[in-house]
Write a protein that binds this ligand. Sequence first.
Ligand code: EPZ
Length: 423
Amino acid sequence: MERLVVEGGRPLRGSVRVNGAKNSALKLMAAALLADGESVLENTPRILDCLTMTEVLQHLGADVSWDGSTVSVDTRGVTATETPYELVRKMRASIVVLGPLIARFGRARVAMPGGCNIGSRQIDLHLKGFERMGAEFTYEHGYLEAKAPSLTGASITLDFPSVGATENILMAAVAATGTTVIDNAAREPEIQDLAEMLVEMGAHIEGAGTTAIEIQGTDSFRPVRHRVVSDRVEAGTFAIAACATGGEVFLEGASASHLDLVLAKLSDAGGEVAAYDDGVRVGMEERPRAVDFVTLPYPGFPTDLQPQMMALLSIASGTSIATENVFESRFMFVDELNRMGADIRTEGHHAVIRGVERLSAAPVRALDIRAGAAMIIAALAADGRTEIADVHFVDRGYEDLEARLTGLGAEVHREPARWPALA
Ligand code: EPZ
């Protein structure tokens, strides 16, 4: 596994184009299964997770081709309705093919997803929603067999505003007979992006982006061309990196309205934020001030920017308190930050971050996509040369990160793993 080598202590300055959102593109690729024909997605990030979703769709029989950041998904050859374990294990989000498959074929066989480094990642809310619409599930040998000869509109209230459950249920409800209401629905911008594509395909959806989504089922969908919404998590990652290095970066294509709380917290920490039609400028001259933050479903502070914010606050003047409400174990990376001289104590869902003057370079590891991004931010702010192992995790969610950081003045390059993976 490769590692990233970062010479820290240099401010990030300049402009960077923000890519399409990973957490939208994966679902839009799955939604293409609803229509018999070729859908085209523009502004799709060339990241490992989208390549894995490409493999999932190809395994189902679709013809998927890439041209730069434009992906064509031709579903005319789709017959299989099985998603194999090795793909679901690689990427939990593969489970979102379940909704479109039962909507179009009335059945599906999907490997049960495992947990990952940030929690157990259940799919009970997904399944409860499908069962409310008439689907039946059996489990055997780690696979979920879904049978849904006909889907009927239902009233579904989610115990928790789960992003994946809202999206999976939405992609089945659009083909159910009658009306479905999803209450306590997730409100993320990626949900709105998915709903926009589904409506372009012929679906009837009201209320996407609010806590109550109403869907009138229909029985035919046309393939479409759709542009993936800008990635607010990638934009937030670069914004926090700019602040952590005492620099200033223009985030081309970022939507300030998708980053309200993040930008507010960066301002509270002493950052300068300016929103424009074509992007957002974020910078910080002084050492960050301590701020408290709490992660919550959108529009709350996004859990996907919690590790990055912790990295920034680890060098703040003062003590900050971070509370992680979305995942039960998303502080695993704190030990890696503390190896670099951070002073963070975690207790359940809370972390107390006592700011230190400087972090010091040390060999560390990326534990997941966003924890890896946090280690890169810490390394950019630290003095000296930091080596970050297992950087393939970062490649799952960020395209060409070292080239784009280099373009902003960072000194970062990729090297083969120091110790080849033990057999
Ligand atoms: C999506 O995951 C994102 N992934 C995650 O981003 C993001 O952190 C998360 O939403 C929250 O915003 C993609 O979109 C591919 P959830 P998802 O269902 O859909 C529990 C990244 O780094 N839950 O909203 O899996 C679950 O265990 C990734 O880009 C159930 O209990 O998130 C978790 O504690 C990480 N039962 C909480 O809800 C269910 O059926 C939030 O999960 C579903 C979820």
